[in-house]
Design a protein. Structure first.
Length: 217
């Protein structure tokens, strides 16, 4: 049976998950207590100077790479394709990372109940109606990208560096787009990235556990 991940990768996954969990807990506490308010407002205000038709259009297009309308079908189709090829471990890793991160973000949004940014009054009527913390777009983009990178590193090791560069650039574009468009506070975006890291780490550790138990890879 082909190994899914080496023990070192599983340990790295556990460490990443623990670190991300600690970061999420600390950041959630800081947000709910108002400790990030000054930083969030100052950082978001700096993006208002960059607004204009060209930049707005670029980030309006780029932010779709983090939309669940794009990534949910992409994740489902990829999982179906992996199952059809009997790539059970890959399907589990992608499913656990993407859907675990999505559900965690939904739960945190409900639990924290943070409003969207209100810095630019002209955007208040068009801002998304759902809650702000964490950023769903950042979560979805990072979770999908991390899962793809982990699978690439397993199946195509020579491509892991270029794949990492491309996927990181896409995630960065989505993250910055949420700030430029004034629909998320910076701490929302950071939280979304941490949630994705948490589930990518858990999925990596679980993949190794499943392999060790002798379940089909």
């Amino acid at each position: 049976m082909i190994p899914v991940f080496k023990p070192a990768a599983a340990r790295a996954g556990v460490v990443a998950a623990l670190a991300a969990s600690a970061g999420i807990l600390l950041l959630t506490f800081a947000v709910t207590q108002g400790y990030t308010a000054g930083f969030d407002r100052l950082a978001l205000e700096s993006f208002t100077a960059l607004r204009g038709p060209l930049m707005d259009g670029f980030f309006l297009a780029g932010t779709w790479f983090g939309s669940s309308y794009v990534l949910l079908p992409a994740a489902l189709l990829t999982i179906v394709a992996l199952i059809a090829r009997r790539q059970w471990a890959a399907a589990r890793l992608l499913g656990l990372t993407y859907f675990g991160a999505s559900l965690t973000t939904w739960w945190l949004k409900t639990a924290v109940g943070r409003d969207r940014p209100d810095i630019l009054p002209m955007l208040l009527e068009t801002r998304p109606a759902d809650l702000s913390f964490p950023s769903g777009h950042a979560t979805h983009a990072a979770a999908f990208a991390l899962a793809l990178w982990l699978l690439t590193a397993r199946h195509r090791p020579r491509l892991r560096i270029p794949a990492g560069i491309v996927l990181s650039a896409l995630v960065l574009m989505v993250a910055v787009s949420r700030l430029h468009l004034q629909v998320h506070w910076p701490s929302d975006v950071i939280a979304g990235l941490l949630v994705a890291t948490l589930w990518a780490g858990l999925a990596t550790a679980y993949a190794r556990h499943v392999q060790a138990e002798g379940i089909a890879a």
